[in-house]
Structure formats: C-alpha cells, structure tokens
Design a protein. Structure first.
Length: 256
C-alpha cells in the first residue's frame, strides 16, 4: 500500500512538473496520463526556472568555449532563455510598464495592458532590464559562476506563486485567472524550493540574491496593488523579470 501511494505521488509530481513546464516554457514535454491540476502544479515553478537557467548557462558556456567574449556569450544566453519561454515574461514586463504608467485609472491601465502593441514605457522597461540582465550575466559567465543562473531562475519564479495566492486577480479573466489560485501549502512548497535552490547553487551570494529579489518582487506587488488592485498574468511576468535581474545583480556583486 505504501509503495503504491509513493508511486502515485511520484507520478503526480512528474505530471505537475510537465504542467508547469507547459505553462511557463515552450520546451517540448511528453503528455502525462493524469489530469493537470492547474494552480496546484505551481509548486514546480522554481524547477522550471532551474531548467530555463540551465538553458542560458549552457548557451553562454558553449559560446565561451568557442572563444566568444563574455558579452556575446551573455547575449546568447539571454536569447536562448527568451526562446525557451517564448519571451512570455518579457512581454508581461513590457505590458506592465505601459499599463501601470500609461493609464490614468484602473480600467484604462488594464485596457493598455491587454493591448498587444508596445509603448514607450514598455520599450524602456525591456531596454533597462535587458541591459541589466546582460551586464550581470556577462560578469557571472566570465567568472565561471554559471550555477547562479540556475539559482536566479528558480528564485525568480517564487514571487509569481506568492502573488497568485496573496493578491486578487485584478482583471477577472486572462491566463492568471484561468490557471487559478494555488493553496497556501503549494505556495509554501514553491517558496521552500526556490529559496533552497538559491542557497544551494548561489553559494556565498545566496542570501543576497534572496534578499534583493524579495525587495524587487515586493515593490512590484505594492505598485500593482495601488494602481490596479491586484495581479494579472502581466504583473506575474514582470515580477519574474525584476526578481531575476535583482538576483543576478546580487550574484554578480558577490561572485564576479
């Protein structure tokens, strides 16, 4: 009986990981037999972050092995990660910047965020955050601190889960609403995984990565609550991007 329960638990965990990968990435995944659990699979978001971080580390490491400079390697790492995720988090960052700063009230801000076109705030957000990520990645790759990329990938997916639990859906629809609200237990597992991976792979920079990523993610949550009264899929994507760039910057400051 215990063996059967253990096998069922492993099968469910594997199915949750497939669901999380299918939601947060464009990487091909085999279909599981069990029905997807929606928001309850969010505990695996940090594991998806590890995979995306590994994609970037592999691309950057290969570029360095071929003799490319660290800056070019970092650019390839960024491109590989964007391809692996379909640039969905970057899209959320741009829409969030356009909506929160381009609208004068909640309905207008949500309307702008839903618009597929990009405005000046979105362009600036992508430019500034992209340059910051590139700079930190170049320093980390040059220093051989590639595990920090995996740590930042895992850690930056934690705020997404916490916001899904702790904040109302501001739109009443969209991808975030469709996925649902994870349980507090699911959020606790995700946070434990993300923080644990950051401490394990971040080395001496682990605590700094956790602290700075937390500050940036909290800032996103506070601004979103003040301007639109909750979270949307775009807000979750923006929280991932800003938490990741904060974690990478902290790691570069300590390790590079």
């Amino acid at each position: 009986m215990r063996d059967r329960l253990s096998q069922e638990g492993l099968a469910q965990a594997a199915n949750d990981l497939r669901s999380a990968m299918g939601l947060l990435s464009r990487l091909p995944m085999p279909q599981g037999r069990a029905a997807p659990r929606g928001a309850e699979a969010a505990w695996a978001f940090p594991l998806v972050g590890v995979v995306i971080g590994a994609v970037g580390a592999l691309a950057g490491g290969l570029a360095l092995w071929l003799g490319l400079p660290a800056g070019a390697a970092a650019a390839l790492a960024l491109g590989a990660q964007a391809m692996a995720t379909g640039a969905m988090h970057e899209d959320g960052l741009a829409d969030t910047a356009d909506g929160l700063w381009g609208g004068w009230d909640k309905p207008r801000r949500l309307e702008i965020m839903k618009d597929s076109s990009i405005g000046s705030y979105g362009v600036m957000a992508l430019l500034v955050v992209g340059l910051a990520r590139w700079s930190a990645l170049a320093a980390l790759l040059a220093a051989g601190a590639w595990p920090a990329l995996l740590a930042a990938g895992a850690l930056s997916r934690v705020p997404m889960v916490l916001m899904m639990v702790g904040m109302e859906n501001a739109r009443g629809g969209g991808l975030s609403k469709a996925v649902g609200v994870p349980s507090r237990r699911t959020a606790a597992v995700a946070a434990t995984l993300g923080i644990g991976i950051a401490l394990l792979l971040g080395g001496g920079a682990g605590m700094a990565m956790i602290a700075l990523a937390g500050v940036f993610a909290f800032g996103v949550a506070r601004v979103a609550q003040a301007k639109i009264g909750g979270q949307t899929g775009d807000i979750l994507g923006a929280s991932q991007q800003l938490a990741e760039v904060a974690a990478l910057a902290a790691a570069a400051a300590v390790l590079a």
